[in-house]
Design a protein around this ligand. Sequence first.
Ligand code: SAH
Length: 196
Amino acid sequence: SDVGSQKDRVVTEEEWLEKWEMGNIGFHKEEGHPLLRKYLDVLLNGRSGQRIFFPLCGKAVEMKWLADMGHSVVGVEISEQAVKEFFSEHSLPYCEEPVPEISGAKMFQSTSGNISLYCCSIYDLSSSIVGKFDGVWDRGALVAVNPCDRQHYASLMISLVEKNSSYLLVTVSYDPNKHKGPPFYVPEPEIKSLFG
Ligand code: SAH
């Protein structure tokens, strides 16, 4: 578990925006993630009307799945292109409005009101702005965060969840000397120390 080769790597917001512009988005899965299907019961625990958070959401199709099941979905994504593609690819009408607490941020909300996507950096969010969540789907999120920001990210996520929440985390396991990431390799002991 030598992660030395990745620990100083930084992917800037501009680089992420450029990936979206170039269509360099191999992380996006049109079919949705089999692990969410598999562990849906763990996320929902038989409860209806949950508030589910998608950090670093991209245009993840799983947001549509959960909304269609009657849950309320909140995502955050720095690429406005990604957010707009999400709504247009699912033919969902939406409106957009500024977020008064965050300079430059916009919130895109489906007209039906059950999907709200914040277009800003996740580090600009707080529970006073977005409230707290019953569930989190973290796929391509912790593993996309720069290694130097992991502690900040994890503390923020902990501050955004309710006491009885469920947090599904997808990571990737591989030799970090063979690929520079993202996705980054996050060793299991580090996950335990980040989230407790
Ligand atoms: N979770 C999604 C996307 C994973 S790729 C999926 O499963 O498909 C990571 C995404 O995070 C990219 O779309 C990138 O634009 C976005 N991103 C990177 N840094 C961010 C930040 N600080 N705040 C919000 N979004 C960010």
